[in-house]
Design a protein around this ligand. Sequence first.
Ligand code: RNT
Ligand code: ZN
Length: 425
Amino acid sequence: MPASAPTEAALKAAYSAACERYAALGVDAPAACAALTTIPVSLHCWQGDDVRGFEGVTGALGGGLAVTGDHPGRARTPAELRDDLDMALALIPGRHRLNLHAIYGEFGGKQVDRDEIDATHFADWVAWAKSRGVGLDFNPTCFSHPKAADGFTLAHPEAGIRRFWIEHCRRSREIGAALGAALGTPCVTNIWVPDGFKDTPADRFSPRARLAESLDAVFETPFPAEHLRDAVEPKLFGIGSESCTVGSSEFYLGYCITRRKLLCLDAGHYHPTETISDKISSVLLYLPEILLHVSRGVRWDSDHVVTLTDDLLAIAREVVACGDPARVHVGLDYFDASINRVAAWVIGTRAMLRALLVALLEPPAIRAAERAGDRTARLALQEEAKGLPCGAVWDHHCLASGVPVGPAWLDAVRAHERAVTGKRA
Ligand code: RNT
Ligand code: ZN
């Protein structure tokens, strides 16, 4: 017998019972839902096309990144990518953002090298974002390019190559500032460079000094904070840079604190047992704002689709527990080509939002127990909280936001696959 979707009346009844249950614990569930709508998640454009972009040259994915899988239907043009994003956004409650990479510019069939890009190449993205009411974020693309073929960009030993990537990153910041100005919401522009060593370097100091110097050159021009927020992203290792990454965690933590930049914490960029949830409160003590790249590493920085794991719940909890979620820009970063790419966006973004909702619904008695020094009660209440009816609140939040409740969103993705993505060669 096919399962039937719950009726609206059943969803509302479950929600009102859940609200009562939460209210008894001092938690205002409708207020939690209202708070959730104020937290945007930046969807990463690169899930839609396996990090290929629209430069027109189909080089291999570089920078030690890897996309695996051969599910049909990746977006091949900006119009297709926007179409797929529209589908995904229609299935996710709330207003969100789109995170673009420089290679997703629209170059009109011309060869425009990375040191020649400007805001005009993103005019159609701005028009789309305006009409959808979404903000844009941006990233220079310092990989998948002949001048990054040996694995070095901003820390390259040759000054000419460094200059090329400095120019690319400067232009990326100009574009970011233009996007932010056009849309009236600051564009978080995040720099990640792959620079690193496959095998034991003889000199770790000089490349790091070069990276700091290049970054300082990139950040020379100030832009208003209402238009642009600069972020930089550390990493532990990549494929082909297993022994030493120039832009390590310590490198960028020091850089951000001394240069007042946003630190980007990517969940896949640390040792496999190291989590970013514990880092959030530490770095927020020293930096006004940070960026998250929420991802899911499986055994390594594999960039699996984000799901509702303990790790994700812990990250969301810390975003909320810091007291001002606006200080944490939440972005997604994964790429899976083995499943429907629109579904990958929807699954990951809904998981992120559900984790944030769970955090917003946390009973205050847990913190109170800790303040009172009652570790037994803290642990008991943490465990009991896992059984609270957050699912009923989430379902109602989806209903109230006009998006499908439960797995019903999959029907829309399947229809889109039949009519659109499945027909792509
Ligand atoms: C790479 C970084 C970086 C990229 C994107 C495509 O390890 O996580 O953020 O994934 O820029
Ligand atoms: Zn990342």
